[in-house]
Design a protein around this ligand. Structure first.
Ligand SMILES: NC(=O)c1ccc[n+]([C@@H]2O[C@H](COP(=O)([O-])OP(=O)(O)OC[C@H]3O[C@@H](n4cnc5c(N)ncnc54)[C@H](O)[C@@H]3O)[C@@H](O)[C@H]2O)c1
Length: 140
């Protein structure tokens, strides 16, 4: 039987390259893939997310994500009412719309309109929100 032409060293080199390529976050491969393909997105392809945590990190993530074609924030959650105002300032500046806000992230998980949630809350809340979101059938 003919031996495989590929050496062990070559196999390791190729599989490591493939693994690195697959594991690399998309932004390393293409800095602005979605913005580059701006254009109308059919309603069936749109992603509707709920934003949880509108602090230093969340406000920036919110402002960036709603600029992506086909991505829409439909509700926002924070423990502080001032952050509700901030969320709607960010959203209305980009889209001219406002969204419902709440102090309870569970409201977003119960919202059938929402496909996924983005959580930018203080660290000790990460686990519980992710577990609850997954149990509610939401992507996180
Ligand atoms: N600030 C940064 O530069 C930065 C950079 C990278 C990652 N992060 C990460 O982002 C996360 C948030 O950090 P931050 O700096 O934005 O903090 P932050 O305190 O500015 O904002 C957190 C927000 O989450 C809200 N929040 C907390 N618990 C909540 C809950 N149960 N339900 C709803 N809202 C809740 C708070 O009211 C607050 O508005 C942390 O995990 C942090 O490590 C922050």
């Amino acid at each position: 039987m003919e031996r495989d032409a590929i050496s062990r060293r070559e196999f390791m080199r190729r599989s490591t390259s493939a693994t690195v390529a697959l594991a690399a976050p998309p932004y390393l491969l293409d800095p602005e893939p979605s913005l580059a393909s701006a254009g109308p997105v059919p309603a069936t392809d749109r992603i509707r997310f709920g934003m949880i945590g509108i602090g230093m990190e969340g406000s920036g993530v919110l402002a960036t994500s709603i600029r992506l074609p086909g991505v829409e924030c439909v509700a926002a959650c924070d423990l502080y009412d001032d952050r509700h105002l901030l969320a709607n300032q960010i959203i209305s500046a980009a889209t001219g719309k406002t969204v419902p806000t709440t102090r309870r992230y569970q409201d977003l998980l119960e919202n059938k309109e929402i496909d996924c949630v983005v959580a930018a809350v203080t660290d000790h809340w990460h686990k519980q929100i992710i577990v609850d979101a997954c149990n509610a059938g939401k992507d996180v």
